[in-house]
Design a protein around this ligand. Sequence first.
Ligand code: PMP
Ligand code: PLP
Length: 541
Amino acid sequence: MASEKQSKAIPLSHHLSEVAKARKPSPLKGLSKYFKQEGVLSLAGGLPSPAYFPLSGLSVDALVSDSFALAPTERSSSFSWLWKLLGSSSFKKERTTAISIPKYSATPDDINLAAALQYGAAVAQPQLQNFLRDFVMQVYQPAFEDFTVLIDTGNTDGWCRAFGTLCNPGQGVLMEEWTYPSALASMMPAGVDPVSVPMDGEGMKSDALEKLLSEWDEEARQMSRPHVMYIVPVGQNPCGTTMGATRKKQIYEICVKYDIIIVEDDPYYFMQLGTYEMKSQRSSVASPVSHRSGDEARFIASLEPSFLKYDYQGRVIRLDTFSKTIAPGARLGFFTCNPVFAERFERQGETSTQSPCGFGQSIVTKILTTWKYEGYIRWLQGLRTEYQQRRDFFVDCLADEFHLQATPAVAGIWEGCTMYRAFSKPSVLNTNEKLLSQSRALFSFIPPNSGMFVWLKLNLEDHPSFTPDDEGTLETKLWARLAENGVIFAPGWFFTTDDLASSEPSAGHFRISYSNAEYGDLKKAVNIFGRVIREFFDEQV
Ligand code: PMP
Ligand code: PLP
């Protein structure tokens, strides 16, 4: 177990892939140490002169950090979708702060375009680097001393560099049984396959992980025991599950026992929304998180901790991204990991993306340093409340459209949780709908307590055309019917890692995102879904 005193990362270089071991510093970048000497005249690099950058400064109107309310407003807690629509950002007058970035700054410590737009090492601009290190210390509190923070262009890039640095072709990566498809799509062509670990309502199951690793049969599997795990512990994509501290500690200790590196892909960390309460009960329920300004520490303490908090050996590679907290087009994120892996990631960055785009970096850096740490946390609190209201609104729409019945789940990924079974509502039956629909469960789900997604499990066994082991055909037919009616969900088969290891059949699911559409459109989509799925369950297809 971890000692109280912080220690340095243990030696972990035996995890490096052959490609990672073979990387050499790019020769010109290797000269950078000499550039720091005072008065040096460097004529070595192919640097364009900043005089030829076609701009003399950048001016940006940034939103103020308290643009979004800390708590659901009275008006919105009445849950009228019309109010929601009127309150949506496109109707609000935005409060802004003018930010400018000159080409040349008075002091070298100020962010300036001459430096930000120039070639340099594949690391963050110094002002951003300082901000991020402080942020990681305060928010994630890594348990090892020599953690390194390294910029990248988002978690897609982060994961791509992580598996390339750790995995050789023919190796496997431990993954949740349902996972983010791009993570699979980047590693599988490189000959790195998923090894599926069953999930429950908290995400990856620790007992299933221990069983899988302890019983690993290299010959039967034709693969050595995996030494890398990819995991989305908060607002899991697609299932929406969130892993608590106890489970994280259990998984961490199993990874210590079997010498596994944990890659924690965590884009939804600040979207920890609390438990969904039915509309009628909502106002009487105390919120689990702080809704007071100036209460950053309490907000941070209310969030489930990162794996970093338990990482006394330096075996966690945490991937953070600004895609969900600033904007995906910023293409900005960062690793937090041990210095040996960070050095290899930097080498890899040097020969691919180099440092992320200087325009984006300088704008994001200037916004963050203007808001300061407290302001950024305040911004994140406001975002959390916005997504909480969206989640509540979307589930309310489902509750209006269907009859929802709370039932304890006995198996599958929601084992141990209370799930909602959705029945066709007698009151919304129209003349075309057969009476049968009244008592038939159409789908079930758990309102997510983090992230952007509702994961629906379709009750295909009750469909008149159901044949066992052929859920895929029905899922695809219903998906196509919805698309023809103008509503697009993500079909479940996108997200599977392995049919055989899965605790549920891979088909018969939809992932629905409530993060982006206007409230009125969310309502409309649920109405269409209701009509289409009721019709679908009443006919042979
Ligand atoms: N290829 C050649 C031949 C170059 O000279 C350079 C820059 N000196 C690059 C690629 C790097 O290009 P970029 O900045 O677009 O990554
Ligand atoms: N990882 C997960 C689990 C995601 O859900 C997403 C976005 O949908 C990403 C990574 C992509 O992140 P980025 O925009 O930082 O590349």
